[in-house]
Design a binder for this molecule. Structure first.
Ligand code: ATP
Length: 492
C-alpha cells in the first residue's frame, strides 16, 4: 500500500510545485495528455541533455538528427507499421469498454495492466484463446466480449489545402524511421564509418488503448532513440555493449541499482524485426510495485534498411549502379540487395553490405517519471515532515537558489547580484518571500541541490551561507570562491 501512496504523492507534488499539469485542465482536461510546468520543463530538458551528452557529445562515433514528425506514407508501409502496428482489442458488450486482449489476459492472471508490449496481431490471437471466461476490467462482466479485432495505433491527419493534392498522413509512432530514411544522407555528408550511430530525440504519437499511471503511458510522448549501425557478425557484441552502457546511464544519474534491472525478451515476445531484445526496467510504485519498461534495446538486424530499399524499389528509385531490377525478391535471393542504395561499402573489409542495427530506444517522459520517483523522499525533521527530491545535480531543475536573509539593509541587492552572476553558468532562482526555513523547504521539494543565503555577515567578510539539500549542512563560502565551489559540486 505504501507504494501506491508514493505515486499519489508524486502526482500531487508535481501538480503543487508546477512540474506536471493535466493538459487543457481549464476545459476539464484531455485524457492521457500532460503539460510540463516551469520545473517540469527544466527537468525534462535536463533528461534530454543528459541523454544527448552521453550519446552524442561524448562519443566520436555518433551523430545527431532531428527529422520531421510527418513523413511520406510509404515510410510506414515499408517499416511494417501500416500493416502491423495495432493492438488486438475486444469490446465488452455490456459497458462498451475496449481492452487490449493481451492486457486482459494478464490482468486476470496478475491484476496488472501495464506489462505487455504491443505484440504482433497473429501472436495475440493465438495467445488470446477463449474470451468466454474473461472478466471485463471496467464493469466486471464475465464472457461478454466481442471477437478480438485489431485497433490501429497510428494517429492520422490530412495534409494539403486542395482536394486534389491532399493526402492522409500518419503522426510518427516512433522516431527511428526518420533515422533510417536519412541513413544515406548522413552517410554521404557526415564522414561517418561503420560502426557508427545516429541519435534523435523527438515526439511520437500512439493512440494507446489503455493509458494509465500519470505520464507512464500517454498518447503523445517523447522518445530518445539511437540507431547504431554495425557490420553483420559484430551485432551481438554491440548489443551486449549497449545493454551495459544504457543500464549505467540511469544509475550514473542517480537511479538506485536495486530499482533497475535488465529483462531479456523470450523468443515469442520478440517483435517481428528483432533478433534479440532486452528491456531496461524500473520498479515503479504502481499496483503492487511493478517492474516496468523504461527503455527497449533491440537488435533490429538489417530489417529496416532492407525494407526501405524495397520501398524505394516500389517507387522505382533504385537506379544506383545502373540497375533497375525487375523483381526485388529475385534480386534479394541473388544477394543483389547487398549492393542496393542503402548498402555500405566497407573499406577495411573490402565488402559491401547492409549494416545491422542495435537500437536503444528510451522514453523521456518515462525516464523523467522514474527519476522523480527515485529521487522522492520524506524525512522527519524534528516535528515536521520534510519532502524532498534528491535529484542528481545534472537533472535538478534549479541548481542554486539565492536568498537574502531579510528584505532590508541592502541584502536583497547583494543577493540579486550574486544570483545574476551565477545565472550565467547555472539555472538559479531568487526568492525573498517568507521565513528562511520555509524557503529552504520549497527548494527541497523542487530538488534544488544548494541554497545560498546572504546575511549581515556577508557585508562584513564577503561570505555567504551555502546549505546542502541532502544533508542540510551549512557552510560559509567566500563570494570569490562560490563559482568554483558550485562548478565542482554541480558539473559532475
Ligand atoms: P509498451 O510495451 O510500454 O507499450 P513498447 O514496447 O511498445 O512500450 P517501444 O516501442 O519499445 O515501446 O518504445 C520505446 C520506448 O518509448 C519505451 O520503452 C517507452 O519508454 C517509450 N514509450 C512507448 N510508448 C509510450 C507511451 N505510450 N507513453 C510514454 N512512453 C512510451
Amino acid at each position: 500500500m505504501a507504494k501506491i501512496t508514493k505515486l499519489d504523492d508524486i502526482v500531487s507534488l508535481c501538480k503543487r510545485r508546477g512540474f506536471i499539469f493535466q493538459s487543457s485542465e481549464i476545459y476539464g482536461g484531455l485524457a492521457s495528455c500532460y503539460d510540463y510546468g516551469p520545473l517540469g520543463v527544466e527537468l525534462k530538458n535536463n533528461v534530454k541533455k543528459a541523454w544527448w551528452k552521453a550519446t552524442v557529445q561524448m562519443r566520436d562515433d555518433i551523430v545527431g538528427l532531428d527529422s520531421s514528425i510527418l513523413m511520406h506514407p510509404l515510410v510506414w508501409k515499408a517499416s511494417g507499421h501500416t500493416d502491423k502496428f495495432a493492438d488486438l482489442i475486444a469490446e465488452c458488450k455490456k459497458c462498451n469498454t475496449r481492452t487490449r486482449v493481451d492486457h486482459l489476459k494478464e490482468k486476470i492472471a496478475e491484476q496488472s495492466q501495464e506489462h505487455t508490449e504491443h505484440i504482433a496481431i497473429d501472436t495475440a490471437i493465438a495467445a488470446a484463446g477463449e474470451l468466454s471466461n474473461k472478466t471485463c476490467p471496467n464493469c466486471g462482466s464475465v464472457g461478454k466480449f466481442t471477437e478480438p479485432m485489431p485497433f490501429k495505433l497510428m494517429f492520422e491527419t490530412q495534409m494539403g489545402a486542395n482536394v486534389d493534392d491532399s493526402m492522409t498522413l500518419q503522426l510518427r509512432p516512433e522516431t527511428a524511421q526518420g533515422i533510417f530514411a536519412n541513413f544515406r544522407n548522413v552517410l554521404d555528408t557526415a564522414r561517418v564509418r561503420i560502426p557508427f550511430g545516429i541519435a534523435q530525440i523527438g515526439k511520437s504519437f500512439r493512440n494507446e488503448v489503455t493509458t494509465k499511471a500519470f505520464i507512464f503511458r500517454t498518447r503523445e510522448f517523447e522518445q530518445a532513440e539511437l540507431e547504431f549501425f554495425c557490420q553483420p557478425g559484430t551485432d551481438e557484441d554491440w548489443f551486449g555493449r549497449w545493454k551495459e552502457l544504457r543500464f549505467n546511464w540511469y544509475t550514473d544519474l542517480g537511479i538506485r541499482k536495486e530499482n533497475l534491472r535488465l529483462r531479456e525478451h523470450s523468443g515469442d515476445e520478440l517483435a517481428h524485426y528483432a533478433k534479440a531484445c532486452v528491456d531496461v526496467e524500473y520498479k515503479f510504485p504502481f499496483g503492487s510495485g511493478d517492474w516496468q519498461e523504461l527503455e527497449g534495446i533491440a537488435n533490429r538486424t538489417d530489417y529496416d534498411l532492407r525494407q526501405h530499399q524495397r520501398g524505394m524499389r516500389t517507387l522505382n528509385k533504385w537506379f544506383e549502379n545502373g540497375r533497375d531490377l525487375a523483381n526485388i525478391e529475385l534480386a534479394e535471393e541473388a544477394g543483389d540487395y547487398q549492393s542496393g542504395p542503402l548498402s555500405y561499402f566497407d573499406d577495411e573489409q573490402k565488402a559491401r553490405y547492409i549494416p545491422y542495427v542495435i537500437e536503444p530506444s528510451a522514453g523521456i517522459d518515462r525516464s523523467a517519471l522514474a527519476f522523480l520517483v527515485d529521487a522522492y523522499d520524506e524525512e522527519q525533521v524534528r516535528s515536521e515532515t520534510r519532502n524532498l527530491l534528491r535529484f542528481h545535480p545534472a537533472l535538478a531543475p534549479i541548481k542554486v537558489a539565492v536568498f537574502p536573509l531579510v528584505k532590508r539593509d541592502g541584502l536583497p541587492d547583494i543577493a540579486h547580484n550574486i544570483c545574476n552572476d551565477l545565472k550565467k553558468h547555472f539555472n538559479c532562482f531568487y526568492d525573498e518571500k517568507g521565513a528562511i526555513g520555509r524557503r529552504y523547504r520549497r527548494q527541497d521539494e523542487a530538488g534544488t541541490p544548494f541554497c545560498v543565503t546572504v546575511d549581515g555577515q556577508t557585508k562584513e567578510d564577503k561570505t555567504v551561507t551555502v546549505r546542502d539539500r541532502d544533508s542540510m549542512d551549512q557552510i560559509r563560502v567566500s563570494t570569490d570562491q562560490m563559482l568554483s565551489y558550485f562548478r565542482e559540486k554541480l558539473e559532475t
